[in-house]
Ligand binder design. Sequence first.
Ligand code: FAD
Ligand code: GLY
Length: 340
Amino acid sequence: MVAGGGVIGLSCALHIAEEFPNWRIIISDTATRPAVTSRAAAGMLAAYAEFDGDSKLFQLSRQSLEYYPDFMARFHLGTKLYDCGILIPALEGSDEGADENANLASKHAEATWLEGEALRRAEPQLSCRRALRVPGSIVNARLLHDDLVKRACEYGITFHSGRVSSLERNNERIVAATLEDGERIACDHMIIASGSWSQSLGNLAGIDLPVIPVKGQVVSVSAPDGFLRHMIHAHDVYLAPRAGEGVIVGATMEEDTFDEAVLSDVNQQLLALASKYVPAICNLPIRDSWCGFRPKLPDGAPLIAWQGSNLLVATGHYRNGILLAPITGKMVTALIRERS
Ligand code: FAD
Ligand code: GLY
């Protein structure tokens, strides 16, 4: 049984269903706004823009980025992956944050600096002295989530509406989960993939999962496809083009709150930040805005591991759960294989 039907729970469930076709797999999730965070994501597969090339997390992220096309093909996911690359701008003057950000990414062997006419041709709307181009793709996270749910149903995975509210144990093993409506589900294995809500499930299971939510609000503006050719990933804001849906500008980083309010003055602040890099963004009409809750563990890295004799945990994917979903499903299945 998988507790949580976001991209992480779904990727785990699909990989397991493929490897163990005779297993009965159940995903439980809340009835109201399931996968709110997965569906809120900008969908950037931004391994090269977010991590130092030496970090373990970068290696894991790069593996997941490389696996993405195979993952989509493996599970017949029709959502399109746009390999548009990322530009990390460096500003004129003394914006040390921007330079530091670009310098970090410039350590990647695949990074190239663009400036002058070459930069203007590559990204006509971008206004900055120079920008670092790094590899990166983007996917529409809502369509991806819809697609994953559809495939899961086709694989015979069943969805039960309602959060897990208690767990039954027999010695070290979790033997059943009870949902909010009282339904009892017996299980051989339990996977906690409940994103920002994993701490309370950890409590039910008797393990410490100090995951906190980091709220992110984004705003999208209407723009024709091609308005931006790349994702723009600055240290203080990003602009993520979404085919047919304009440009997503994000995002706030608000620690330890599940407040669902989406505020119009925050939208204006995000657009003001974005206009430092793409001045024309402020002339575009706002299309939509929303928020989600990134699951963060104290070290900022995900936990993908056994935490009991039949309890697996896959949580804490923080800013990069869309990117890391494919590799997480693969890793969880490998962990199960080792014990089967
Ligand atoms: P979720 O999608 O939150 O799914 C967990 C599910 O578990 C939820 O539906 C919840 O209701 C359910 N649940 C909770 N408690 C229980 C329970 N007791 N029983 C059963 N189910 C339960 N990542 C990227 O890679 N690229 C991006 O560009 C990107 N942009 C982002 C932008 C924003 C604004 C935000 C907020 C996040 C962004 N992320 C991005 C991060 C990414 O969205 C998350 O890391 C990812 O969605 C986490 O997936 P998840 O499946 O763990 O969590
Ligand atoms: N990775 C983008 C975000 O978390 O907002």
